[in-house]
Structures are given as structure tokens and as C-alpha cells.
Design a protein around this ligand. Structure first.
Ligand SMILES: [Zn+2]
Length: 421
């Protein structure tokens, strides 16, 4: 209890009722490098202020360092072993078809927003890409006090599906393009308008990483985007919110000195070594929009259609240039806290400067338009900011600075460990 209403229990963990509107923002692809560089240059005055007055650290994100697993970890307060979403895709070994993992039915357990809504809170969930909307909205009954939509389909919102309509008019921005910084800025502008209109209790805003895939921290376009983000941070605070900021994953440059991507074509290599089709490589970064990364990430899964020599295959993969580590199913689940029933026979993680694909022929890199490939998925992109605008209560402060923070604890920190007792 915090004197207002009883705590809300979500997946066995209790959360205090927010004293002020609490806005959690997941900056997709928000590698700490961007914040660090711009803070050092004095470009982010509002963030600097938040860090000075509140709490700031880096945290461990969920592996693989992709969007869906991390958003689900944050929104449920649990690791992937519990919520079950370990990528955008897994392979159904009954049909040998990749299955998209974005349905609400595949998400195990409850969401923090969903249980707060059931307890009577006004909750808002806005995501840039619609692929996250169903899982983020799990447990919500769209209506006057339960709003859930994506900026991707902002123009099509209905009360029945989203709890809101006429969103473009309300936000005062045109429907944003899918590959644009506007897709993220629309989420923030919509969140700000709803905050000012309704003072919701809990809000979750999830952006998209198009900017970070395309632009390095030094690039003018990235600087421009982050200055705009900082402007929004200031406006959220002025409008009475407590802000909590994190990222789903970081972002690394994975091209060589000539600008060509450093790709391990793992399916081609395994076909050559083991025979065609014995192993099947799945790239769990794949979704409907792959123009900016060509489905190349730092983490892939390998399933085998027949029995195989685990030690031999692990040894074979481990010596490929650019491979950081490879694991058996059991080891991958133990080390990365992953759900074993959705895990492959082998998991392969790339070094920071490399990414892993399946067959060269299956990846369309034309969407990069010759730009350097920047992407994520590995351990090197699993470090994320963990920033709260309110100070932690003293009893938690030392612990938090020394602890191995997990980004999925962000709601726990902002709701349970800040403010007066
Ligand atoms: Zn991405």
C-alpha cells in the first residue's frame, strides 16, 4: 500500500499504485552510446536534469537483444523464460515452418498495464509498430480508460479495438511513414496529449529503431532525433509525469572498412559442411519490415531435422570468424534465461562487429541503399539505459547502483522504489 489503493499483483510481484502519472518510455535501439555522447556535448538538457535529480544506470536487457523479447520483459516484469517471447519468430518443429511470435496468446502471464487496468487504473499503451500492439495490449479491454494503439495504424483506430478514435486529429500530426523518425515522435506526441488530457495512471510508450539502424551517434539525423526526444522528456515532466526511460536493445555498426556488412552466412556454411537442409537457421530479428536491416542480427537459432553430433557442430560453429559464442539449447536457456520449449537445438551469437544471416540468397540488402549495416541481437547490444526522473528511496539507492540491474525491473523501480513510503 502507498496510502492510495492496494498494491497490484502481476506475475507474483506486487506494484504500488502510482502517486503521479507514470510514463515508461522504451527507446527502441536506444544504445547508451547515443545518450552518453549527447550528454557530454550538452545537447540533452532535460535528460541531464532528470539524471541529476533522479536515478540513472545501465541495465542488462533481455537476450536476444531484439524488440519483442525486451518489450515483453519490461511490460510483464519477468525474464523471457517466464513470458515465453524469445524472438519475433520460432520454428514449429511439427511443420518446420517459422511461426511469428507476436500474438497475445503466445505471451505467458499477465502484463503490468493489464492488471493495473483490471484494478481500475487509467492505462495507455502506444507503440510505433503495430506488431507489438497485441502483446502490449494483452489483458486490456479497450475503452474510455484503457487505450492501446500503434502509430503505424493511428489513422484506423476505433473505440472497439483501441479505446480511442480520431487519433490523427487528436495528435495533430499526419499518418507517419513506417521508415521514419516521425513514427516514434508520433508515439510521444500522442502520449503527451493523452497525459495532458486525462492524467492516466500508467503509460507505456514504445518507439522504433529506424533512426539508430540508419544513423550512428555522430550523424546529424540521429542528433536531431535525440534533441527532439529530449524536448519531449521535458514536456512530459512539465505535464506532471514521473518518467522512466530504457531501451529494448542497443545498436552496433556491423560493416567493414569498405562499408560492406560483416555477415556470417550460417545456413550456407552448415549446408556445405553437414549437407543441404540438415540444419535450419532461423533469424529471429525478422518481421514484416526488414528494409533497414535485411533480417540480419547478432543472434540466430539452429534447428536440426535429424540427430546430430552436438559437440562436433558446436566446435564447427565456434571457429567461424565473427562468432562470439554458441550454445546448446540447455546452456542457452540457462545462461540467457530463455523458455526451453521454444528454443532451438543450438544458439549462435555474433561478435559486436558481425551479424549472422541464413543463406546469402535469402537476405535482401537493397533496403540499406549502400548504407553501413547497423543492427543488434547479440550480447554486445544487450546493455540499455535505466533512467528514472524521481530519486530512489535511500534504502534502495546503494543496492541499485551495485546490483546487476535487469531492464525488466524498470516498472518495479519506478513504482516501488521511488517517492515517499
Ligand atoms: Zn531493430
Amino acid at each position: 500500500m502507498n496510502g492510495i489503493k492496494p498494491d497490484v499483483i502481476v506475475n507474483g510481484h506486487s506494484y504500488r499504485w502510482p502517486l503521479k502519472p507514470t510514463v515508461v518510455i522504451c527507446i527502441d535501439g536506444g544504445d547508451p552510446e547515443y545518450f552518453d555522447l549527447y550528454l557530454s556535448q550538452g545537447l540533452l538538457p532535460n535528460l541531464a536534469n532528470i539524471i541529476q535529480q533522479g536515478f540513472s544506470a545501465t541495465a542488462k536487457g533481455t537476450m536476444p537483444s531484439f524488440t519483442c523479447p525486451n518489450n515483453m520483459s519490461i511490460i510483464t516484469g519477468t525474464p523471457a523464460s517466464q513470458h515465453g517471447i524469445s524472438g519475433n519468430y520460432y520454428l514449429d518443429t511439427h511443420t518446420w515452418q517459422p511461426v511469428v511470435m507476436t500474438g497475445a496468446d503466445l505471451l505467458r502471464g499477465d502484463t503490468i498495464l493489464g492488471n493495473f487496468a483490471k484494478a481500475g487504473a487509467f492505462v495507455v499503451s502506444i507503440t510505433a509498430k503495430d506488431k507489438l500492439r497485441k502483446q502490449l495490449g494483452k489483458g486490456l479491454t479497450p475503452g474510455a480508460r484503457q487505450i492501446s494503439f500503434s502509430s503505424e495504424f493511428a489513422g484506423q483506430c476505433t473505440i472497439a479495438d483501441n479505446g480511442i478514435e480520431h487519433v490523427l486529429e487528436l495528435v495533430g500530426m499526419p499518418q507517419p511513414e513506417i521508415y521514419s523518425q516521425q513514427l516514434s515522435l508520433f508515439v510521444l506526441e500522442a502520449g503527451l496529449k493523452l497525459l495532458q488530457m486525462y492524467s492516466p495512471d500508467v503509460m507505456y510508450l514504445s518507439l522504433t529503431d529506424w533512426v539508430q539502424h540508419k544513423y550512428a551517434p555522430e550523424d546529424a539525423q540521429a542528433i536531431d532525433f535525440y534533441i527532439k526526444l529530449d524536448h519531449y522528456f521535458g514536456r512530459f515532466l512539465e505535464s506532471g509525469a514521473v518518467l522512466a526511460l530504457t531501451a529494448d536493445h542497443g545498436m552496433s555498426d556491423k560493416s567493414d572498412a569498405h562499408g560492406a556488412p560483416n555477415v556470417i552466412w550460417l545456413q550456407d556454411m552448415l549446408d556445405a559442411q553437414l549437407g543441404a537442409g540438415v540444419a535450419q537457421v532461423i533469424c529471429p530479428i525478422t518481421d514484416a519490415y526488414v528494409g533497414h536491416h535485411g533480417s540480419l542480427g547478432g543472434f540466430v537459432r539452429v534447428w536440426f531435422r535429424e540427430s546430430f553430433d552436438l559437440a562436433l557442430v558446436l566446435a564447427l560453429i565456434a571457429q567461424i570468424e565473427g562468432v562470439e559464442s554458441c550454445y546448446s539449447k540447455v546452456d542457452a536457456c540457462r545462461i540467457f534465461d530463455l523458455p526451453i520449449d521454444r528454443e532451438a537445438d543450438i544458439v549462435v551469437v555474433a561478435q559486436k562487429q558481425y551479424c549472422i544471416g541464413s543463406s546469402a540468397l535469402k537476405h535482401d540488402l537493397s533496403g540499406l541503399h549502400g548504407d553501413r549495416l547497423r543492427t543488434h541481437g547479440g550480447i554486445s547490444e544487450a546493455v540499455v539505459p535505466f533512467i528514472i526522473s524521481a530519486p530512489l528511496r535511500p534504502e534502495f539507492l546503494n543496492n541499485a547502483h551495485n546490483a546487476d540491474l535487469n531492464s525488466y525491473a524498470l516498472f518495479d523501480y519506478v513504482l516501488n522504489k521511488t517517492g515517499a513510503v
